[in-house]
Design a protein around this ligand. Structure first.
Ligand code: CO
Length: 209
């Protein structure tokens, strides 16, 4: 039986060889530490690798991924990533990048029982309910899912803005949050242009524009 995982280890060896051929000091530089400018919050979907689709490489992006790119304040995982990225790495931009054809979003549009994942999908269903007046009026299944993908990114950007970590960073005027959507159709990322940044009047009160 061919061990399918072996190709990953073989791929790693080839990658090291190719990388060193291009830059003999590559790993030496990496070992000196990281100072990425971006925190990426994306979907776990295997087709949405942050570095690959943005043409970036090791050290460029601090990454958190989960099903349907959700920002949940009770999720100690994402909150730890957020705090470290903002307060220690001092990233300048946080990008929430959703994608069309998201299995998590499609699942949330059903009443199927997904076991423990039901708890996670509930956050998406809450977004649906918030915008049900819009979504209920879209008959086409694909168009409805696409709209929920977009609304979900907007809501996750808002969730980020509400966190104390982001609120504190805005007192220092150092952070922008962006909402993007990636499409498998053409490989392009669409900027929803929901840039939120510090306003002098902001202080600890949440404000979204
Ligand atoms: Co997805």
């Amino acid at each position: 039986m061919i061990k399918s995982y072996q190709k990953l280890l073989d791929g790693n060896k080839k990658w090291v060889k190719d990388t060193l051929a291009k830059d003999p000091n590559f790993f030496k530089k990496l070992s000196q530490g990281q100072k990425p400018e971006y925190l990426w919050i994306g979907c776990s979907d295997s087709r949405t690798p942050a570095n690959e689709i943005t043409g970036t490489g090791s050290g460029d992006i601090f990454v958190h991924r989960n099903i349907a790119n959700l920002v949940v304040q009770s999720d100690i995982n994402i909150m730890s990533v957020l705090q470290y990225a903002v307060e220690v790495l001092e990233v300048k931009h946080i990008i929430v990048c959703g994608h069309y054809d998201c299995g998590g979003v499609d699942a949330a549009l059903t009443n199927n029982d997904y076991g423990i994942t039901n708890y996670w999908l509930q956050h998406l269903k809450n977004v649906y309910h918030k915008y049900s007046d819009v979504l209920d009026n879209i008959d086409d299944k694909r168009a409805k899912a696409d709209k929920l993908v977009e609304l979900n990114v907007i809501e996750q950007v808002r969730n980020l803005a509400r966190t104390q970590i982001v609120q504190n960073a805005w007192k220092r005027n150092v952070l922008q949050i962006h909402g993007w959507i990636y499409s498998f159709n053409n490989g392009l990322i669409k900027d929803l242009n929901i840039i939120i940044q510090h306003k002098d009047t902001l202080a600890p009160i949440y404000r979204f524009e």
